[in-house]
Design a protein around this ligand. Sequence first.
Ligand code: NAD
Length: 217
Amino acid sequence: MKYGIVGASGRMGQELLKVFAQHECVYTADVDGVRESGAPQVVLDFSTPKALPVTIGACERFKAACVVGTTALGESDLAALRDLAARVPVVQSFNFSQGVTILKMMLRSFAPLLAGWDAEIVEAHHNKKKDAPSGTAILLGQATGRECPTHSLRLGGVPGDHTVVFANDGEVLELSHRAISRSVFALGALRAAEFALRADKGFYTFEEVVECRKRPE
Ligand code: NAD
């Protein structure tokens, strides 16, 4: 696969280069400019919302699929990605780990049974992370179907911990996920890129990638 990375010099950009080692990087963009040596079939964006026009522009120009992991995207950013999805496949997720995706599915199924319980989320990330709460905490909160107060810790090199805590007067139920390494997100992005290469134009979540839903064979 010929691919491109927006945010190529960042922590995730560097992790993607390692995990995509068998593929050919032909396009990179970061604050120091754009480097091109060919036409990417898929462009991955792990950068900042400000860079989204660069990503969308590259996907339009190369008719490339798009995999977006950048967090703190606003409604207008998501609308721009949905517009792009009218022409190319777009996979967007605030979390590309399989475990968090399954945790979301569990919450969607079981949170209604805990309707009378308190629910809060605790998340921890490395001290360079710019946004809080994390995109993943927002997704997990949405999966509970209610407002969940969220507590964000920013310390050390933690790749990403999330715990959803439910409690009533007599019991505490905790559902936790821990990313042991950043490579887990890059491996998920690789899976999303492989999915996007085979997919028809449209907007896909990572959940659809994990479930292989809507995959045209
Ligand atoms: P980082 O700060 O290490 O890297 C971001 C990179 O983007 C930097 O190299 C920076 O120079 C570059 N950048 C900034 N402005 C730019 C612009 N205008 N054009 C091009 N490049 C620009 O951050 P990171 O830890 O690599 O994370 C990047 C993003 O990915 C964050 O939003 C983070 O929350 C998100 N993330 C998502 C997942 C997921 O699974 N979806 C996992 C980890 C991180």
